[in-house]
Design a protein around this ligand. Sequence first.
Ligand SMILES: Nc1ncnc2c1ncn2[C@@H]1O[C@H](COP(=O)(O)OP(=O)(O)O)[C@@H](O)[C@H]1O
Ligand SMILES: [Mg+2]
Length: 295
Amino acid sequence: MELKIMNLTKQFADLTAVDHISLTMTEGVYGLLGVNGAGKTTLMRMLCTLLTPTEGKITFNGKDIFLMDGDYRKILGYLPQEFGFYPEFTVNDYLLYIASLKGIRPAVAKKRVRELTVKTGLSKVSGRKMKKLSGGMKRRAGIAQAMLNNPKILILDEPTAGLDPNERIRFRNLISELSEDRLVLLSTHIVSDVEYIANDILLMKDGGILHRGTAADLIQSMPETVWRCFVEKSKVSSFMKKYKVSNIRSEPYGAQLRIISGEKPLPDAVEEEASLEDVFLYYFGEKAGENDAAI
Ligand SMILES: Nc1ncnc2c1ncn2[C@@H]1O[C@H](COP(=O)(O)OP(=O)(O)O)[C@@H](O)[C@H]1O
Ligand SMILES: [Mg+2]
């Protein structure tokens, strides 16, 4: 299986949301990592044929996905960033309803819904109304609906938004389970969501793919060094302005700072091993998932 993106561009008036991206993907889990506004959703919507590119092409096994049309959508599963879920429907009815929209025969749909509610850990709540589900359960129902047609390509847009730490772990395990023989592309602005489950991480910024590779590759790609040093209280704010600080831990007379810099910030600074969080800060100039419970 090969999903190939060539020179893909999407222009909204004078804004280039996706800027000449070329990329080839096969089976595996891909993590599209970038801050809000990077162009992740726009790219995904084009991959789902919901948006037409301004320029460029997407092919599946050599065929243009827009020409494949229904044949392509048959092998595609998509969880939108904001997914509409019929609040009064039970989980079971919701999934059966989506299955009917997808043209899955009732007998097949029933079996598939049963399998998927088990797989996503929703069988105990399958009779519960959608509006009564926790955030994590709703997302899992969203993933289940995307999986109804047993898609070869599964696209999940910010599937971990609003999940608590336990739900995030559960989600990671679920994705690993679902990824066999499939291409899974998920977007997030939280490093820890992709660090362990994506074989391939795509760093997206300003409509382009800055870097692509494993977590180790991306760490290698960072040209600067991570340092740990103690900074006196009076100097902390000037250090914060001068350097990219990926972590700060207060101490009685100052703070331990984790600094990303090409040169040693202080004579007694100690070199530290870089993490993917550091890489994110280096490329994006801001910390990953500031307001989310990143673990
Ligand atoms: N339908 C649209 N019309 C105009 N601008 C859009 C539209 N959709 C997205 N954008 C803009 O494109 C950029 C990328 O958005 P988006 O793809 O949603 O990024 P992300 O998913 O990474 O947060 C943003 O600046 C956003 O405001
Ligand atoms: Mg988005």
